[in-house]
Design a protein around this ligand. Structure first.
Ligand SMILES: Cc1cc2nc3c(=O)[nH]c(=O)nc-3n(C[C@H](O)[C@H](O)[C@H](O)COP(=O)(O)OP(=O)(O)OC[C@H]3O[C@@H](n4cnc5c(N)ncnc54)[C@H](O)[C@@H]3O)c2cc1C
Length: 253
């Protein structure tokens, strides 16, 4: 981590860059991990600062993802002055706080509720598309449904263990399995919608276009969803990192 915050009186001067910032263009504040010391291991010397997004010296560059959405941004900090009161907890202890937040974020990215809803939608789409009774299709969906049911139980177990306030390393288990399921479901959804999942309509994005749409409404976001879900195994820490956390912190290998 290269973004630095240097204490100057009762403020920090922040300089550097943060890529993959979700919803930064809509946010009033960001919590930023900044380097306040280079001593020790890379995880040491990190602090968490709360920074108002309107502060002088902050600039955003939008990143448009493959599904056509603008959620991500690259944020630059050029001599951004932040009150020292905006430091969360102790200086140089930021990675400890970040790990707490990451545990909760990973549990969220497992998106068990969304996958449950998507499973219902896939069943509806399959009926509409006339493939609900296809043995191969049913088998594929049932396999994922079983995985999802097992994940619900794991989620309940992690929640019980998280009475102290965080999903902790259990978040890595939920994320690893949950993102496998969400990606598989997005693939099945695309398969269920068939060619309606990715219609090509010349001029559809132009002003004044009012020709009838191709295909049913339920198929519209199948392809963008499929593409968006590829990021699931990257955001919040990659799949390889989750496996490392599970191996070291959960299984003690
Ligand atoms: C859609 C999306 C939204 C995001 N939103 C945010 C956000 O709001 N805020 C934010 O701060 N970040 C956000 N991110 C960034 C995200 O957290 C990082 O991209 C992710 O943690 C991976 O880090 P990296 O990009 O530095 O990849 P790297 O760490 O450089 O990884 C590159 C490759 O090396 C592998 N690798 C790295 N280390 C190891 C290791 N020790 N063992 C084995 N393999 C390894 C990885 O698995 C990966 O394949 C977002 C990313 C995406 C895709």
């Amino acid at each position: 981590m290269q973004t630095r915050a240097v204490r100057q009186g009762d403020q920090y001067a922040v300089n550097g860059m943060k890529i993959w910032n979700s919803y930064g263009h809509e946010a009033d504040w960001m919590f930023a991990l900044v380097r306040t010391s280079s001593a020790g291991k890379p995880q040491e010397g990190i602090s968490v600062l709360l920074i108002p997004m309107k502060t002088k010296g902050i600039s955003l560059r939008p990143i448009i993802t493959i599904d056509g959405n603008h959620i991500l941004n690259e944020v630059r900090f050029d001599d951004v002055m932040v009150d020292a009161d905006n430091l969360i907890g102790e200086e140089n202890k930021g990675w400890t706080y970040a790990k707490f937040l990451l545990g909760n974020e990973r549990a969220l990215i497992a998106q068990i509720a969304q996958s449950t809803k998507l499973t219902e939608k896939i069943r509806y789409v399959a009926r509409e598309q006339g493939i609900a009774d296809d043995p191969d299709f049913r088998h594929k969906l049932a396999q994922i449904d079983i995985e999802l049911e097992a994940l619900r139980f794991t989620n309940a177990r992690v929640l019980y263990e998280a009475r102290s306030g965080t999903a902790g390393n259990g978040g890595a288990i939920l994320k690893s399995k949950g993102t496998f399921i969400s990606q598989a479901l997005s693939e099945i959804m695309l398969e269920a919608t068939g060619y309606y999942g990715m219609p090509w309509q010349m001029g559809a994005l132009e002003d004044g276009w009012n020709a009838p749409e191709i295909g049913p409404a339920y198929a519209k976001n199948a392809a963008p969803l499929y593409m968006r879900q590829r990021a699931n195994t990257i955001e919040g820490g990659t799949e390889e990192i989750q496996k490392n956390v599970i191996a070291k912190q959960v299984l003690g290998l």
